[in-house]
Design a protein around this ligand. Structure first.
Ligand code: HEM
Length: 147
């Protein structure tokens, strides 16, 4: 079981209270699709992802970015049971969507970059370390059904 200090718990809640999930989700998913183009193959039904402008202007990318952030918010509210909280999502990504689990870390890194840019000077080394731990636990939970 993952152990969270009071500081880590408070920091995670603080980060999610400060960010605009719609903007962060949209920017992070767009960035992932642009920087790692092979991730586009999972989103064929989103239509035109031909170039960076098409990706960022795609309403389905924006909507799905928010969906991803809602998943993270759920994990943040259930820090002591992230693995069970995300178990269904892990099954979906592995058995139905067949997403290569290496991609979870890539999207998580895009999320970190976009949150860092959004928080500015509030994104201290301590906050970065806590966010990295949180996202690593989420990535591990999402990959659980693959093992
Ligand atoms: C669907 C979260 C990473 C591909 C979803 C859903 C959530 C979610 C909440 C909606 C599930 C539902 O409808 O019940 C996350 C989180 C991730 C992550 C928190 C990591 C931080 C990825 C990655 C890919 C991916 C890296 C592919 C590169 C998909 C696809 C769908 C989906 C294709 C279905 C979209 C649709 O049918 O509209 N994800 N996801 N996910 N995810 Fe992920």
């Amino acid at each position: 079981m993952v152990v969270w200090t009071d500081f880590e718990r408070a920091t995670i809640q603080d980060v999610f209270s400060k960010i605009d999930s719609e903007a962060i989700g949209h920017q992070a998913l767009s960035r992932c699709l642009v920087v790692y183009p092979w991730t586009q193959r999972y989103f064929a039904k989103f239509g035109n992802l031909y170039n960076a402008a098409a990706i960022t202007g795609n309403a389905k990318v924006a909507a799905h970015g928010l969906t991803v952030l809602r998943g993270l918010e759920k994990a943040a509210k259930n820090l002591d049971s992230i693995k069970t909280t995300l178990a269904d999502l892990s099954v979906l990504h592995s058995e139905t969507l067949h997403v290569d689990p290496d991609n979870f870390k890539l999207l998580a890194d895009c999320i970190t970059i976009v949150i860092a840019a959004s928080l500015g000077t509030c994104f201290t080394a301590e906050v970065q370390a806590v966010l990295q731990k949180f996202l690593a636990v989420v990535v591990s939970a999402l990959g659980k059904q693959y093992h």
